[in-house]
Design a protein around this ligand. Structure first.
Ligand code: SAH
Ligand code: MG
Length: 206
């Protein structure tokens, strides 16, 4: 990965360990076919930078979907709250300004298209195929299963599905990402491709 983009990813606020980001990047490099990359759950764009770096190399684009109002676990008083990502006028989370700054500084505005909205609404109106889908949105049961149900049928044959924060042992973290990972294998026809930290990468046979 280009060192300037690696540095940009490193300095971006977010929840993506470097080795796992490299896992996203290396998977995206193996995409074949014309369909775009879709990320569900952008936040400030840390993971997006790894995907964008690969998109430049393979001539693809990344659509990254987020309402930018934060997940349940990111609201005030919760474990992942960051007061620096709050709109001072409204008191609500707004990660869009920082995302835009990060994409501009990384020089990725020509390959990353932020889609600002509720994931399920965007999915319902998303008609095209996807070459690589990365699910890292709401980790509660309802949003995680909705993301699985609405987005995964759009992955093209031979395409990839990456899911973040998958923990086999309940002691290490919440269940819904693990549950949708299991569903993708049991009902979705996906096969294991690779695994780095809490990142699981699956592939749909052609
Ligand atoms: N992928 C990012 C982290 C994403 S954090 C990184 O690695 O840096 C999860 C994001 O999902 C939050 O920004 C939150 O706003 C978004 N989110 C949660 N539920 C959502 C929903 N239903 N629709 C759209 N975005 C959602
Ligand atoms: Mg995550």
């Amino acid at each position: 990965m280009r060192s300037d983009l690696e540095a940009a990813a490193h300095s971006a606020r977010g929840f993506m360990p470097h080795e796992e980001g490299i896992g996203l990047y290396e998977t995206a490099l193996r995409i074949t076919g014309p369909d775009p990359i879709v990320e569900v759950g952008t936040y400030c764009g840390k993971s997006t930078i790894y995907l964008g770096a690969a998109a430049i190399e393979i001539g693809s684009v990344v659509f990254t979907v987020d309402h930018h109002r934060g997940s349940e676990e990111m609201q005030q008083g919760w474990e992942h709250h960051d007061p620096e990502v709050v709109d001072p006028e409204t008191g609500r989370i707004d990660s869009l300004p920082e995302l835009r700054r990060n994409l501009e500084q990384a020089g990725l505005e020509h390959v990353v298209v932020p889609v600002v909205g509720e994931s399920q609404t965007v999915a319902r109106h998303w008609a095209g195929r996807i070459s690589m889908l990365f699910i890292d949105g709401g980790h509660g049961s309802d949003p995680a299963h909705a993301d699985y149900e609405e987005w995964t049928p759009k992955v093209a044959g031979g395409g990839f599905l990456a899911i973040h924060d998958v923990f086999q042992d309940p002691a290490d973290g919440g269940r819904p990402p693990y549950e949708i990972y299991s569903r993708a294998i049991e009902e979705g026809g996906f096969e294991q491709f690779s695994s780095i930290g809490s990142l699981r990468i699956l592939r749909l046979p052609i």
